[in-house]
Ligand binder design. Sequence first.
Ligand code: ARG
Length: 466
Amino acid sequence: MKKNSPVSRSGRFAGGPAADVAQFTESISFDWRLWRHDILGSMAHAQMLQKIGVLTRKELRAIVRGLDAIGKEIRAGKFKWNPALEDVHMNIEAELTRRVPAGAKLHTARSRNDQVALDIRLWLRDEIRSLLAEIADLQRSLVLLGERNVDVLIPGYTHMQRAQPVYFAHHFLAYVEMFERDCDRLWDCHSRVNVCPLGSGAIAGSTLPLKRELVARLLGFVDASGRPQLTQNSMDAVSDRDFAVEFCAAAALLAVHISRLSEDLILWAGAEFNFIKIAEAYTTGSSLMPQKKNPDVAELARGKTGRVVGNLVALLTLLKGLPMTYNRDLQEDKERLFDTVDTVRITTRLMGAMLRNVKVNRSACEQAVNDPVLLATDLADYLVRKGMPFRRAHHVVGAIVALAEKNGKPLNRLSLAELQSVHKTFGRDALGVFNLKSAMAKRNIIGAPGTKEVVRQLARWRKQLS
Ligand code: ARG
C-alpha cells in the first residue's frame, strides 16, 4: 500500500490527490461528529461478519475492543483526525486497522455509500428523539404560562387590528397545537429514518450471504412490534436522502412556528403593547441607548428561521438533478442537516426557557381588552337571538358603532334611546353583552376561548404533556 494515500485510492492510483483537491473533497472537518454512530454501525456489521464466517470470534473481539478504545479517545478529544483520510469512516477504519490487523476485514461487503447512509440515519434518529423532548418542554412552558395567567384576557387580533377578546392562555395554546403538529410530523419522519440501509454495498448489495435482519435488530431498526426494518432496493438505499429532506421540511415548519411566536413576544414586549416583560437574562442592552432592553433571543430565533428554510431548499436543490445512484454531491447533505438540527434544537430550548421567564403585565392587558368595541359581534349575536338574520344584525351594529363614534361615546355607554334610534329590536338588556366576564363564559364550544373551555384545554395539555 502506498504511503500518504487514502485507502480508497491504494490500488488504482499512483499517488495521493493534489493538496487543494484533498481540501475540496474532505468531509472530516464536519462529519467527524458521526463518529459514535459510525462505530456502532461497524460493531454491528462486524458481529454479522462473524456470524457468516468472515471473522473469527477472536477477530471480532479484537475489532470491537479496538473500536471501543478509539471511541473513548474521540470522546476525550485525544483522537487525531487525519484530513488525508477524507472522512470519519476512513479515519476510524484506518486507525482500527493500524491497531488491529483484522480491521482490514471490516469493510467486507460494505461501502462508504451504505455506511454513510447508515450513519446519518442512526444519528438523525437520535437527534429527532431529543428534539421531540425539547419541543415537549417548550409546550410545557406555554401551558405553564397559560395556567399562571388563567384569568388574563387580551384582545385577539386579525389584520393586526383588535378583533375579539381572548384569554391569553388561548393564544399560548394556539402555539401548543402548532408544536404538537410539528411533533407528529417528526415522528412520522422518524419512521422512515428508522430503516437500515446496510448491506446495500456501493450500489448492488453483495455476493456474500449477509444477515441484514440481524444488523437491523442490533442497531434498533425495528418497528413498534419489533420487526426489523430494511431498505428494499440497494440503489435507492445508497442514494436516498428523502428522510433528510423530510426532516428539514418538518424542522423548517417548526422554525416558522417559533418565528411567529417570537414575533408575538417582540410585539408584546414593546411599550405600545406592554403585555409582557421578558426577564433580563433573556434580553440584551444597546451599546448606545442606555435605556434599552432588547428581545434579542426572540429576534434571533425569528432570524435563524431563514437559514433553516434555506437548508431545506439547499437539500432539495442538491438532489434534484442527481442521476442514480450515489454521487459525491451527497456529501453536501451533512452540513445542511447538522445546521438544521443544531439551530432548531437550541432555538426550541431557548424559547422554552425564555417563556418560563416571561411575566404578564395584567393591568396593561386589562386596559387593552376593556375596549367595548371588541364585543360588537356579541351585540350582533344579541340581535340574532331575537330572530334577526345575521347579515342584517351586522349592518345594524355597524351603524351603532358609527353612532357611538359620532357621539364620542364608548359603545357600552350608549343609551337605550340611542340604540333604538338605529333599531327597535334593542331592549334594556342589550348593554348586558358588554359584560366581559359573562361574554367569555358564553364562548364554551370546543376550541373557543370560553372560560371553562380554556381551563379544560389547559388541563388536557397538562395531562398529555406530563
Ligand atoms: N464522505 C462521503 C459522504 O459523506 C462518504 C461516501 C463517499 N463515497 C464515495 N464513493 N466516495 O458522502
